[in-house]
Write a protein of this length. Structure first.
Length: 450
């Protein structure tokens, strides 16, 4: 615990990039209130636990952890549970873990300063009741953790209500930030010395500029034109709102990374309809065709759920055939996990756990083969690589290509170690199913412009 009068906090984060970036903003907000961030539970007066409830038994895990923390209460520490489990479980958290002082969902983080005053006075604070807010959560100071990438939330919440997903219930309705504040934040990130930004939202391409100046695609292009920016990424896109304009922007603005993450979830139009995804297999493939006919070679990654209620073997095979047809550069694959409050929870014909496990293994094996073959095409190419960390014990440096592929590389004899966040040309020498390996070239070497 802190020895001086300045209160300290520790924050632990689970879940998606949105959650990690929320924690950076929550930390910034606490620092503005005079708190100091520390790196261990032991050193903290206030412990924040930023939770995720997208899959598995996340709620149980949170309650277990809180039970472990109970002994720390005797040392005068306070506990705050924020994020999706906080929003989902609400006041039940106080009942099951009475040592918790603050429970807040992401749509209430604007009110953190007043909630901190409440708990400092020994009262309980809750931020659960305003998910219908129009506000976005913005802070003057963001405690950025990532040493080479600045995250910018452009849209919060989700209005899509996919049948399996808790997000619309935990993060509330969609609300977009103004294009002016997004561009201002991009400029600030450049001033702070970073050259890579990632636009974030549960559904970035549903973006609606409250100023009416920009579409998602034109905002993306505008961020890419901010002086000093070298790489712009964005996640996550929804196929329903994925436009040709986005592909054109990637073709026209070289700083936009040649990578799109476009979750498909299933290759069967029947399952997609049951999931309430608002597109068919054919419409998804049409968007893929737009990307494949772009001038640049755009890497495409996706999310897939296996074992959604009622998914037949033939429908599962449609997902496999879609994977063959697209040739994804990477997938995140999940077994369907029943979530509280969602329509899929009460759907018939649940798929047994062993069958879900089998389908997941088949899917992952198939994808491994696809990547094993397709990553070979990079061997011999020189790719512009961002240095993402310091040299590891075995001599490799971790890097990443514009297409978002990890490219770990060695340095030629005697070459000085390039700093984190710099860009170097790397010749690819080997390909693994999930990453590339190479050696740095002299800085003047021309890179492949995809
Ligand atoms: N079960 C399994 N996977 C899920 N996802 C979201 N909700 C569930 C669920 N209930 C997956 C989707 C989404 C990714 C972020 O998590 O594939 O795109
Ligand atoms: Fe969940 Fe669907 Fe919204 Fe994505 S688009 S966050 S899967 S409801």
């Amino acid at each position: 615990m802190s020895s001086d009068t300045q209160k300290t906090f520790f924050i632990e984060t689970f879940g998606c990039q949105m959650n990690f970036h929320d924690s950076e903003k929550v930390a910034g907000s606490l620092v503005s209130q005079g708190y100091r961030q520390v790196q261990s539970v032991e050193d903290a007066d206030l412990i924040f636990y930023n939770t995720c409830s997208i899959r598995d038994k996340a709620e149980q895990k949170v309650f277990h952890r809180l039970t472990d923390f109970k002994r720390l209460q005797k040392q005068g520490k306070q506990f705050a549970v924020i994020g999706c489990v906080a929003q989902q479980e609400g006041e039940r958290i106080f009942e099951r873990a009475p040592h918790v002082s603050l429970v807040a969902g992401s749509a209430s983080y604007n009110r953190l300063p007043e909630m901190l005053v409440q708990i400092a006075h020994g009262q309980r604070a809750t931020g659960l009741d305003d998910r219908q807010t129009e506000d976005t959560f913005e802070t003057d100071f963001t405690a950025r953790v990532n040493p080479h990438r600045g995250y910018i939330t452009i849209i919060e919440g989700c209005d899509k209500f996919c049948a399996y997903c808790v997000v619309p219930y935990t993060r509330g309705r969609e609300r977009s930030r103004t294009s002016e504040s997004v561009l201002e934040e991009a400029r600030k990130i450049v001033e702070s010395g970073l050259t890579e930004v990632q636009l974030l939202g549960q559904n970035v391409n549903s973006y609606q500029d409250p100023l009416g100046k920009h579409t998602f695609a034109s905002l993306l292009a505008e961020v890419g034109r901010v002086p000093g920016i070298r790489r712009v990424r964005f996640t996550t896109s929804h196929p329903r709102h994925f436009t040709r304009e986005i592909v054109q922007a990637i073709d026209e603005v070289p700083t936009l990374c040649d990578h799109v993450h476009l979750p498909v979830q299933s290759g069967s139009s029947r399952v997609l309809a049951a999931m309430n995804r608002e597109y068919t297999r054919e419409q998804y493939l049409e968007r893929i065709a737009w990307m494949k006919s772009a001038r640049r070679s755009i890497a495409i990654t996706t999310d897939i759920i296996v074992g959604f209620p009622g998914e037949t073997e033939a429908e599962f095979e449609e997902t496999l055939s879609l994977m063959d047809e697209v040739g994804f550069d990477g997938i995140f694959s999940f077994k369907y996990s029943p979530r509280p409050n969602t329509p899929a929870l009460t759907m018939e014909n649940a798929i047994p756990e062993e069958e879900k496990t089998r389908r997941l293994a088949v899917l992952n094996d198939r994808q491994k083969e696809i990547q094993r073959a397709s990553y070979q095409r990079f061997v011999g190419q020189v790719l512009e690589t961002m240095v993402e960390g310091a040299r590891r014990p075995l001599g490799q440096l971790p890097g990443r290509t514009s297409q978002n592929k990890p490219l770990n590389f060695t340095l030629p004899e005697g070459a000085p170690e390039p700093p984190v966040g710099s860009y170097v040309p790397v010749r690819v020498t080997r390909a693994h199913p999930n990453s590339l390996v190479g050696e740095m070239c002299p800085v003047s070497t021309a890179c492949v412009v995809s």
